[in-house]
Design a protein around this ligand. Structure first.
Ligand code: FRU
Length: 490
């Protein structure tokens, strides 16, 4: 396009925010709008981007299409918070304005470069005649308004330049250098490439940080790389693995060789709606993760109300002694709690048990401790968001023989269905502790102190608010059941 006709970045930002302000009022009336999760003011959101603790505040950016509730030319939306709980929308941070990012400002990260908040993102070009992905930076001194660098693109092509899939840079500081891990496709193999820089502008290609034999996907989207409790963790969202999963690999990394020697991997979250997570290092070194709480290819019934997509609640990662990761909601989220209910010693058999009849809500935190000693049921768990008629409900099921925790969405309301789960092995005498966050159109389940997480979107009727324990083919005892109503932040 003739550059004299092109709108400037500032004009495009203003245009996006004016549009969002005009339609924001209409989306707030949707009963499925979330109460305490990060969402765009309206329009479409996917991956969390640019997670950073900067100048005493947490900043979260996200892939954002302000003009419709479908994916489109990507902008970066922006929120910030002092406490990881209460978020404030800020002006759109990035809009596709330049030849090198004309079809979208794709995912990336943020760093505090000596007081300058610097975004590192992928410029996407996708026209009939050209496909290219390049790495770019944008800077801000006030943490709100971002200018794209005159040095862009700072990485103009991948080392072998054999594939246009080269995106989602995650940058961190180590010693006197900046390092970047970026996702790459080489033929049928997904890879994470490593770069190094002194100034965030000139980048030297170090080599392949990690790759796979093809069984872990042909393209690794949104890589993230960090040390945790004595090991290194690489998070990837691979394409070409059935069911779109996000995976973490645990291993050892040597800055002298640039090679990540990973020993094992597992899924990060076994729910229906979790993808492209990213982490940040909090001020005290905590590793905090947000994911996109939706999934490519899944129906999003809120789209007809003018919005689609949200991020998960923030979760803290820890490496457990057995080398697996645990993921638990950050403790700050307790600030949302009000109206506590506690019930102890509930013997559950069959369903229709009304011990919890007094408890109802569409914004709840639940902590339930089930005893396996004496349990005769083959499956047990909780049904949440149950309708008074019994035709709706989202089941969180522990299957004893398979050692599996499952979320069943087959009666969860409009547009969704399917059952999915993951492994959680318990010994006979163990307990199962479920921690569940319900927020209007979402459910996030954490089993046994974050050893497993499942995140799913649900779209029940607004009056489907009940909570019911159940046990199949036998009984189970709930030692203690706590629930809180949760406040809204928007
Ligand atoms: C992951 C992803 C990224 C890309 C972005 C585009 O969900 O495909 O690889 O940068 O979304 O919106």
């Amino acid at each position: 396009m003739d550059s004299t006709l092109r709108k400037t970045h500032w004009e495009l930002i203003r245009q996006a925010d004016d549009f969002a302000a005009k339609v924001a009022g209409t989306v707030t009336e949707d009963p499925h709008r979330l109460g305490y999760h990060i969402m765009a003011p309206s329009g479409w959101i996917n991956d969390p981007n640019g997670l950073v603790y900067y100048s005493g505040e947490y900043h979260v950016f996200y892939q954002y299409h302000p003009y419709s509730s479908q994916w489109g030319p990507m902008h970066w939306g922006h929120v910030k918070s002092k406490d990881l709980v209460h978020w404030k929308h800020l002006p759109t941070a990035l809009a596709p304005s330049e030849p090198y990012d004309q079809n979208g400002c794709f995912s990336g990260s943020a760093v505090d470069d000596n007081g300058i908040l610097t975004l590192i993102y992928t410029g996407n070009v996708h026209t009939e005649s050209k496909r290219a992905q390049v790495q770019c930076i944008a800077v801000s001194i006030d943490g709100v308004n971002f200018s794209k660098s005159a040095d862009n693109p700072v990485i103009g092509e991948a080392p072998k330049a054999c594939s246009p899939d080269f995106r989602d840079p995650k940058v961190w500081r180590h010693g006197d250098s900046w390092y970047m891990v970026v996702g790459y496709r080489e033929g049928k193999i997904g890879k994470a490439l490593l770069y190094e820089s002194r100034d965030l502008r000139k980048w030297k290609y170090v080599g392949v940080l990690a790759d796979n034999d093809g069984s872990l996907g042909y393209m690794w989207e949104c890589p993230d790389f960090f040390s945790l409790d004595g090991k290194h963790i690489l998070i990837i969202s691979p394409m070409g693995v059935p069911g779109h999963k996000s995976i973490y690999l645990v291993g050892d990394f040597d800055y002298r060789t640039g090679w990540f020697d990973w020993q094992h991997y597992a899924e990060l979250d076994y729910g229906h709606d979790f993808y492209a997570p990213q982490t940040l290092a909090g001020p005290s070194g905590r590793r905090i993760l947000f994911g996109w709480m939706n999934m490519w290819g899944r129906e999003q019934p809120t789209a007809e109300k003018g919005w689609a997509g949200a991020l998960t609640i923030p979760r803290e990662l820890r490496l457990l002694p057995d080398g697996t990761l645990s993921m638990l909601p950050v403790s700050e989220l307790r600030a949302l709690r009000k109206d506590h209910v506690r019930v102890e010693n509930i013997e559950v058999s069959g369903e229709g048990n009304d011990y919890l009849a007094s408890l109802a809500g569409d914004q709840l935190e639940i902590v339930a401790v089930f005893e396996l000693a004496g349990c005769t049921a083959t499956e047990f768990g909780l049904e949440v968001r149950c309708s008074p008629e019994g035709d709706q409900g989202t089941s969180i099921i522990y299957h004893r023989r398979n050692g599996e925790l499952i979320v069943d969405l087959n009666r969860s309301g409009a547009g969704v269905g399917g059952r999915t789960g993951g492994p959680l092995k318990l010994r006979e005498k163990n307990t199962l502790k479920l921690r569940i966050f319900i927020d209007r159109s979402s459910v996030e389940v954490f089993g046994n102190e974050g050893r497993i997480a499942l995140s799913s979107r649900i779209y029940p009727n607004p009056n489907s608010n009940g909570v019911k324990p159940f046990a199949t083919n036998g009984s189970v005892r709930i030692r203690r059941f706590d629930a809180w109503k949760l406040k809204s932040i928007w």
